[in-house]
Write a protein that binds this ligand. Structure first.
Ligand code: NAP
Length: 266
């Protein structure tokens, strides 16, 4: 299992399970299947309304807390100074956990100074309620302003897949040692039928999803594909078991595009 290291020295398993849209028993089943297969990194968010179910699956797995990596995110309505710490405390109580490995600002909101939210996250780190903090859906100009606050943040979770490969944002994050996590890495299924992906799947005798996930990992990023289907959860996990050649990584890089599948409502 590949791990990546944040600039603060903490590590994150490169491949995690996304949980958007997973609710109720389906969520418990999917997270339980993932933990059984070997995933240790689970991505949730307040907006997904599934903390209880994610927590239930974690508890039932019996996996020691320090072997897991759990990310959650706070929505802009709780990013103001007075709301951040209570929001995190509530998230932890819903998950039944003592701490989060990573807490993200889910979307930027220019009406709330980044320094306020990041400053409160600093206090959460000092209190041991989170190990690391980061941002999500930040563009280069948001990141520049966040960096100017002088407050620590180590990760940016953004939409990233073959038809939206965010070259400038990736270069900026690399330059500033901000680890990028690819959300919607399969473009919610839309990039699985691309001719170049199908061709590579045939060449490596892998599935299109495995080719795309392997490509994200080859770029030094984390990936959090979501699936409710145990067979696919396993298939995605096995995307780590081979290596695309540099030329084939470049072939996928060359696809490019501006095909956004996420509109800011989750
Ligand atoms: P995704 O992972 O790109 O795609 C999920 C879709 O692909 C589901 O319909 C799933 O179907 C299908 N799928 C999964 N594995 C497959 C496989 N091996 N073969 C064929 N189809 C497969 O999209 P996403 O859920 O939007 O993104 C992943 C995670 O990123 C989310 O769950 C969430 O944790 C995170 N996210 C974060 C943000 C943010 O603002 N920070 C925004 C969006 C997403 P089944 O479930 O039916 O198997």
């Amino acid at each position: 299992m590949k791990t990546l290291t944040f600039k603060n020295g903490q590590t994150i398993p490169a491949l995690g399970l996304g949980t958007w849209k997973l609710k109720g028993d389906e969520c418990v089943r999917a997270v339980s299947a993932a933990l059984e297969i070997g995933y240790t990194h689970i991505d949730t968010a307040d907006a997904y309304d599934n903390h209880h179910e994610v927590g239930k699956a974690i508890k039932a797995s019996g996996i020691p807390r320090d072997a897991l990596f759990v990310t959650s995110k706070i929505w802009p309505d709780e990013q103001q100074k007075s709301a951040v710490i209570p929001a995190c405390e509530r998230i932890l109580s819903e998950l039944g956990l003592e701490y989060l490995d990573l807490l993200l600002m889910h979307w930027p909101d220019r009406s709330i100074p980044f320094a306020d939210t990041l400053g409160e996250m600093e206090k959460l780190r000092a209190q041991g309620l989170i190990r690391s903090n980061g941002v999500s859906n930040f563009t280069v100009h948001h990141l520049q302003d966040a960096l100017e606050t002088g407050k620590e943040f180590v990760a940016n979770q953004v939409e990233f897949h073959p038809t939206l490969n965010q070259k400038e944002l990736k270069a900026f994050c690399d330059e500033h040692q901000i680890l990028m996590t690819a959300y919607s890495p399969l473009a919610r299924g839309k990039d699985l039928d691309l001719p170049a992906i199908i061709e590579l799947a045939e060449k490596y005798e892998k599935t299109p999803a495995q080719i795309i996930i392997n490509w994200v990992l080859a770029k030094g990023m984390a990936a959090i594909p979501k699936s409710a289907t145990p067979r696919r959860i396993k298939e995605n996990w096995e995307a780590q078991n081979f290596e695309l050649s540099e030329e084939d990584v470049a072939k996928i890089d060359a696809i490019g595009g501006a095909n956004r599948v996420v509109d800011g409502t989750v």
